[in-house]
Design a protein around this ligand. Sequence first.
Ligand SMILES: [Fe+2]
Ligand SMILES: [Fe+2]
Length: 425
Amino acid sequence: MLQHIRPERVELGMFVHGFVGSWFDHPFWRKKFLLESEDDLLKIRQSRVEAVIVDDERGAMPRPVPAASTVSLAAEHEPVRRLATQPNPIATRYTPPSVAAKNTGFKQEAKRAARIVEKSKKQVGAMFEAARMGQAIKVKDVAPLIDEIRESVERNNKALTNLVRLKSKDEYTYMHSVAVCALMINMARKLDLDDATIRNMGMAGLLHDLGKMAVPQMILDKTGRLTEEEFSTIRTHPERGHALIGDNPEIPDVARDVCLHHHEKIDGTGYPFGLAGDEISMAARMGAICDVYDAVTSNRPYKNPWTPCMALGRMGQWQGHFDERLMGVFINSMGLYPAGGLVRLNDHRLALIVDNCPEELMATRVLPFYCTSRMVEIKPQELIVVPDKGPQILGIERPDFWHFDDWAGLRQAVLAKAQGLSAAA
Ligand SMILES: [Fe+2]
Ligand SMILES: [Fe+2]
């Protein structure tokens, strides 16, 4: 039988069937498993999940406890009137980006990140050129760079990834590779992967588009519409990259995998093999997300990039492209709220995220539209939330928690209002 118990009641020997709560807070990649390790037990107990679903037929039975300490999931379905007077556990358990990002300041790290980017242009450029000439990739030449990128991401996870969004035509592939390396490392850290795996993920990000070296530069640089033939040539880059890596023993297998499979999609419509669902590894699914995010947010001479916030909002809505749970981890790893998301402010208002401010990633434009203390809709008025000053975002809210009659319609109306406001500005 499946039982919902609080994380602190979980014990070794129990069979974990799933987790209840914000998917951002799930401590594991695996969904169902027998709990045998002390480390895993600690992760669950320290996690922010609301409850753990255990299967007492496949593992140890939870010990009986007083009725008061069992989890009442039914509480989530009580009328909005009662819930509105209580703090929302999801909101209080989500770490707001403004708090999560307080390690090294964005501006402080941006200077160091700029030096790393300059260095990486030369090193990654040389590595890619060597591969083009048929020479083997020397891991020892780029390993220190991957460690430097990792250290920068650990000090501040936005500085370097924001910097590499700006790419000139001739350095696009190199800088895109550095960006995907940093994003993969950032995401791998969020997934609590071990040190060696984090490093390998960085290498995978750095090499994922190596096959572009085998595609004629004029096709890569073309700003107009690609012909069917040119498009087919570009689509060969995963296999070409895989062939360039070959059986080089210095390159981890995960890098081969990401190189070959980062354009596969969960619904089977990707390339080169049209793999679907579980046929695509976790690393390749991560690669797909990091790859697209950097591509759509990159500032290039011929296209308007999406802001990070906008990209997270839009990519989170795409059906069938990405692994949904990993997309949630990615959004959380970026420490930014996705555009269109519902949040609660600390002044008893609900708001929709409109966007982050382009030059100041920690400033977020929101549109408050609902007062939770009076439980009435209020006239949407744009507000810019900045850390430690004025109203603050408490966390992401689940729309179903608030039992809006027509959430989709309400959201659309509020966003339309936001567009009207920005058009009038
Ligand atoms: Fe690619
Ligand atoms: Fe790419």
